[in-house]
Design a protein around this ligand. Structure first.
Ligand SMILES: Nc1ncnc2c1ncn2[C@@H]1O[C@H](COP(=O)(O)OP(=O)(O)OP(=O)(O)O)[C@@H](O)[C@H]1O
Ligand code: SF4
Ligand SMILES: [Mg+2]
Length: 337
C-alpha cells in the first residue's frame, strides 16, 4: 500500500505555538510583547499502521508539537483534525474522549509512573478512566502480554523502583494501550534507556504498530534511529518543518542543508544504540526563538545561503521522489544548486 492510501488518523495544519515571555520593566515601558516562537506553521499527518519520525536538535519544538497534538497545550493558531474532524479540547470529558484515541508516551518512565503505586494500580486506573474495566484481570494480563512483560503475574504487583528502565517504559506503553488508542505520540521513548535495551523497546513499538494498526509519532534527536524505525521522517528546525518524505529517501538523499548537517554529525546508523547528544548533532548555534532570524531560520548557519534566504521564508518544494519535499530556496525552479 502507498503512503497516500493508508487511512489518516490525525492531521495538523498551520500548527503554531508562541509562549509569552514574562515582561521586564523595559518591555513594559516600550509595550513590547515578547514570545518564544516554539512552533510555527507546522503541517503533519499520522496514518494508521505507520510510524512518522519527528527529528531535530534540542529546543527545535518537537515536544511542543506532541503536546499540541495531545491537546495538553492550547495552540496559538492552526487546526488539528482527528479523522478529518477539527478538534479543540481543553480538559473535562471531551479531553478524556480525545485521550482515549490519542495517547502520549513520555521520555522518562520513572517520572511518569507514580513511585508509590504498583503496576496493577497504574494499569487499572487507565482501564477504568477509559471505560474498559470489565473483565479487569483478563485485561490487565492482556496489557502486560502485549508489551512482552510475561508472565504477567510476575509484574502486576511490582512498584516502579522494582523494575528496570526498559520494563518501566513497557509499563508506560501498556498504560497508554489501556485506552485502546488509535494514535501514540512517543516523545523520545528510548533516549533515557540503556543503549542495550533501546532496540527492544523500538521493536516492541513497531510490533504494536503492526498488530494494532496504530499511527505512531516517534520523536527523536537521532536520525539514524528514524531510518531504522520510521516509515516517514520529518525534520524540524527552530520551530518549523524543513524536510519530509519516506525515511529511506530523507536519510539516504537528504535535500535540506540542515538535514545533511544532522546526518553528517550523526553516528553510524549500524551503531543505533550509540545515540549522540543533541548538542553534538550540528555545527553552530540554533537561533533565538524570541527573535528568530528573518526568512529561512537556518540562514545564519547555512553555507548555501543566498540574499533572499534572510528575507523570504521558503515554502515546501516538491522533489523528484514522490512525497519528498524540502523548504529551501535551493529547490525553487531555476535555482542553481
Ligand atoms: N512551557 C513553556 N514555556 C515557555 N517556553 C517553552 C515552554 N515549553 C517549551 N518552551 C520553549 O519552546 C522551545 C521548544 O521547546 P521543546 O521542548 O518543544 O523542544 P524539543 O525539540 O522538544 O527539545 P528537546 O529535544 O530538548 O526535548 C524551546 O525554546 C523551549 O525553551
Ligand atoms: S533556504 Fe537558503 S538558508 Fe535556508 S537552507 Fe536553503 S539555502 Fe540555506
Ligand atoms: Mg523534547
Amino acid at each position: 500500500m502507498t503512503v497516500t492510501e493508508t487511512e489518516v488518523v490525525l492531521e495538523a495544519e498551520g500548527l503554531t505555538k508562541h509562549f509569552p515571555v514574562r515582561r521586564g520593566l523595559r518591555d513594559l515601558l516600550t509595550r513590547e510583547h515578547k514570545a518564544v516562537h516554539a512552533v510555527d506553521d507546522v503541517k503533519l499527518t499520522l496514518r494508521r499502521g505507520r510510524v512518522t519520525a519527528l527529528v531535530g536538535e534540542s529546543g527545535s519544538g518537537k515536544s511542543t508539537v506532541a503536546r499540541l497534538l495531545a491537546q495538553l497545550y492550547g495552540r496559538t493558531a492552526g487546526e488539528i483534525r482527528l479523522h478529518g474532524e477539527p478538534i479543540t479540547v481543553r480538559g473535562g470529558r471531551k479531553f478524556r474522549a480525545y485521550a482515549r484515541r490519542v495517547q502520549m508516551i513520555f521520555q522518562d518512565p520513572f517520572a511518569s509512573l507514580n513511585p508509590t503505586h504498583t503496576v496493577r494500580y497504574h494499569l487499572t486506573r487507565s482501564l477504568r478512566i477509559h471505560g474498559r474495566a470489565g473483565d479487569l484481570e483478563d485485561n490487565l494480563r492482556d496489557l502486560l502480554v502485549q508489551v512482552q512483560l510475561t508472565p504477567p503475574e510476575r509484574y502486576l504487583d511490582k512498584f516502579p523502583h522494582e523494575l528496570s528502565g526498559g520494563q518501566r517504559q513497557r509499563v508506560s506503553i501498556a498504560r497508554a494501550l489501556g485506552a485502546d488508542p488509535e494514535a501514540l505520540l512517543a516523545d523520545e521513548p528510548v533516549s533515557m534507556l540503556d543503549v542495550s535495551i533501546r532496540l527492544g523497546v523500538l521493536n516492541l513499538l513497531r510490533d504494536l504498530k503492526e498488530r494494532l494498526n496504530l499511527a505512531i509519532l516517534y520523536i527523536t534527536h537521532d536520525i539514524a534511529s528514524a531510518r531504522y524505525f520510521a516509515d516517514e521522517t520529518l525534520v524540524m528546525y527552530a520551530g518549523g518543518m524543513v524536510e519530509g518524505g519516506d525515511s529511506e529517501t530523507v536519510t539516504q538523499n537528504p535535500a535540506h542543508p540542515y538535514t545533511r548537517l544532522l546526518i553528517e554529525s550523526a553516528p553510524d546508523p549500524d551503531r543505533l544504540g550509540e545515540l549522540s547528544k543533541p548538542e553534538d548533532q550540528a555545527g553552530g548555534e540554533p537561533p533565538s526563538l524570541i527573535a528568530p532570524p528573518g526568512g529561512c531560520r537556518f540562514n545564519p548557519r547555512c553555507v548555501h545561503a543566498m540574499p533572499k534566504c534572510s528575507t523570504d521564508l521558503p515554502p515546501r518544494f516538491e522533489l523528484p521522489v514522490a512525497g519528498h519535499w524540502a523548504a529551501c530556496w535551493l529547490y525553487e525552479e531555476g535555482a542553481a544548486r
